[in-house]
Design a protein. Structure first.
Length: 113
C-alpha cells in the first residue's frame, strides 16, 4: 500500500481530529491527493482534495469545517477536521484521484452525540 492514513479516533460532537496521509515510495507533492470516507451501508465519497498546485476543493457537507493541506517535508497530506458531527462517522482513506492506487485500510473516525 503506497498511501497510509492515520489519526482517526472516537470523539464527541464538536471535537476535532487531524488525519495524516503519508506517501510511501513516491513523492506526494507531485500528485493531487484526495481524502475519502465510507460510512456503513454508504458509497465511498470524496470529501476533500488538494491539487499538485495547492488548489483545494471540498464536498459541501464539510466546507468550513475541514481543511486539507500539505506537509511536503513529511511527504504528507493532512485533513484537519473541526466541529465534527455524528454524520462524519466513517472510515477515512486517502488516494491520488488522477491515478488511483491500491486502497489502504483507512482510519476509523467515530463521532458520538
Amino acid at each position: 500500500v503506497q498511501l497510509q492514513a492515520s489519526g482517526g479516533g472516537a470523539v464527541q460532537a464538536g471535537d476535532s481530529l487531524r488525519l495524516s496521509c503519508v506517501g510511501q515510495k513516491f513523492v506526494l507533492r507531485t500528485y493531487a491527493v484526495g481524502w475519502f470516507r465510507q460510512a456503513p451501508g454508504k458509497e465511498r465519497e470524496r470529501v476533500a482534495e488538494i491539487s499538485s498546485r495547492g488548489v483545494t476543493t471540498y464536498v459541501a457537507s464539510v466546507k468550513g469545517r475541514f481543511t486539507i493541506s500539505r506537509d511536503n517535508a513529511q511527504n504528507m497530506v493532512i485533513l484537519q477536521m473541526n466541529n465534527l458531527t455524528p454524520d462524519d462517522t466513517a472510515v477515512y482513506y486517502c488516494n491520488t484521484p488522477n491515478s488511483y492506487r491500491e486502497w489502504g485500510q483507512g482510519t476509523q473516525v467515530t463521532v458520538s452525540s
